[in-house]
Design a protein around this ligand. Structure first.
Ligand code: A2R
Length: 327
């Protein structure tokens, strides 16, 4: 644990291991303290009574929030904030913010790139070239998969889901979706259950938040409903999928292929998925360009500055939308 100088400025604790560049604006505006993990046993009583804000680049649980007597705001990096106990924070009067919108288009680009790479086997085709097989054996085999004629289903038609749908419109694919609530004035077919959506499409893209309501929602039944030409893409959270069921469905031909950017226990990827040639796997790079990560970092700091300068959050999460600044 390293402290910056205590000059009377608000103390903000950076949790996780972001680069120095990523936290330079925090260091410029606050008394910044860094910890690798939000472990309450590592806090000195002095620090526990001094921290008023957290910049969360890693998990923040209830016990850590309880250990900080002056904590007012947890500004979390990323649109998904399942690693922060926002419900507990809300009950304690602690604001939680995330970084929506600024990553929407980047993640949608990644989702569509991953979909095409999965269907047309780009990773395997490149390996064919790099391994010299193009020269020694001839052209890469024709792919069974194609985008042509596919029907796409989006599980989670929110900001990112709608940005993906706009792209699929341009590719000429019909789009349907499932959310808990139908969106008014949105011109895509709505299905009130995930099962009904999966029955009606052959290409399922998951972009829902990771929480109890979505845990293992994509299971053996849903994958069976997609059928043998089925393709599953996950750009949301790995916890949304029953990974052993997915590996089995890929191994036995229940579906054709999967493209995954997220996993239940990152950075650990199940061996069963690593062993499958019809799984295209990315190391959670959905928003991972310098351009977009900078925008996310700026929004995180904007939330801290707005909170401590003006008593308001720019992008509060729904669980803490009722929280107001302490006088
Ligand atoms: O269910 P609704 O009407 O609240 O719609 C949200 C939907 N959603 C669900 N759909 C079905 N079953 C559920 N249990 C469920 N929970 C949430 O997911 C909403 O349309 C969508 C989430 O959209 P946004 O809140 O606009 O989030 P955004 O920016 O699109 O990001 C989605 C996720 C993040 O939470 C990260 O996990 C990942 O993408 O980066």
């Amino acid at each position: 644990m390293t402290n910056s100088s205590d000059d009377g400025r608000v103390t903000v604790l950076v949790v996780g291991q972001p680069s120095d560049h990523r936290v330079s604006r925090i260091a410029a505006n606050f008394d910044m303290v860094r910890v690798e993990e939000a472990d309450p046993t590592q806090l000195t009583p002095e620090l526990a009574g001094r921290v008023r804000g957290i910049a969360a680049f890693g998990a923040v649980g209830a016990a850590f929030i309880d250990a900080l007597s002056k904590i007012e705001i947890i500004a979390s990096f990323g649109v998904g904030y399942d690693s922060v106990d926002a419900a507990h924070a809300g009950r304690c009067g602690v604001m939680v913010t995330n970084t929506p919108d600024v990553l929407t288009e980047e993640v949608a680009d990644t989702a569509v790139g991953l979909l095409i790479a999965t269907v047309r086997e780009f990773s395997r085709a490149e390996a064919w070239l790099r391994d010299g097989l193009w020269a020694s054996r001839g052209p890469y085999p024709l792919t069974r998969g194609t985008l042509r004629g596919r029907r796409a289903g989006i599980f989670g038609m929110g900001r990112i889901g709608q940005a993906i749908a706009r792209r699929l419109d341009a590719f000429g694919l019909p789009v349907a979706y499932h959310n808990r609530r139908q969106i008014e004035d949105l011109d895509y077919t709505y299905h009130p259950t995930l099962d009904a959506l999966a029955q009606s499409v052959d290409t399922l893209i998951a972009v829902v938040p990771g929480n109890a309501s979505t845990a293992k929602a994509v299971n053996a039944e849903i994958l069976r409903a997609l059928g043998p030409a089925g393709v599953f893409v996950n750009i949301g959270r790995g916890t949304t999928v029953d990974e052993p069921a997915l590996a089995a469905a890929l191994a036995n031909g229940t579906i054709l292929a999967a493209g995954l950017d997220v996993f239940a226990d990152e950075p650990h990827v199940p061996q069963a998925l690593l062993d499958l040639p019809n799984a295209t796997l990315l190391p959670h790079v959905g928003s991972a360009s310098i351009h977009t990560r900078d925008a996310m970092g700026d929004l995180l700091v904007d939330n801290l500055l707005a909170w401590f300068d003006q008593g308001r959050a720019v992008t509060p999460v729904v669980e803490t939308a009722h929280v107001t600044a302490r006088g």
